[in-house]
Design a protein. Structure first.
Length: 127
């Protein structure tokens, strides 16, 4: 039996997240944090980040539009933090991308897009 829990704590421009997944008698956890978000101009580098077909059988479609600030990195990790996919993208790009996780076990994966001071994470469910 699988179950998962995510806890979040916000403290003066810092967000702390702890994700737990329980599989049978085993428990795994991963800590994440975002810090030093100064003002609205710091979070304008990613203009669009859409994920659809979620939950899916493994094929995840993304629509991404990046601003002019810097190179962006897209990563997919499993719930224990192992990187399964990574793609670096040039600044000022608009693209449609499909990620195929159909060869991976069913479960929860984390999709993270980071550009400049901005980082956006989304949960992906593979059924």
């Amino acid at each position: 039996m699988k179950s998962s829990v995510i806890f979040a704590k916000v403290s003066r421009k810092i967000i702390f997240l702890t994700a737990f997944i329980f599989i049978g008698m085993n428990a795994f956890s991963k800590n994440y944090f975002v810090q030093n978000m100064k003002n609205d101009s710091d979070v304008t580098s990613i203009r669009q980040f859409s994920v659809f077909s979620n939950p899916s059988k493994g094929k995840i479609n993304l629509q991404i539009e990046l601003g002019n600030t810097s190179t962006a990195t897209l990563t997919v990790t499993n719930i224990i933090g192992q990187t399964l996919f990574e793609k670096k993208m040039n600044e000022a790009q608009k693209l449609n991308l499909t990620i195929d996780l159909s060869d991976r076990p069913k479960g929860i994966y984390l999709l993270n897009l980071q550009q400049g001071n901005q980082s956006i994470s989304k949960k992906i469910i593979v059924e």
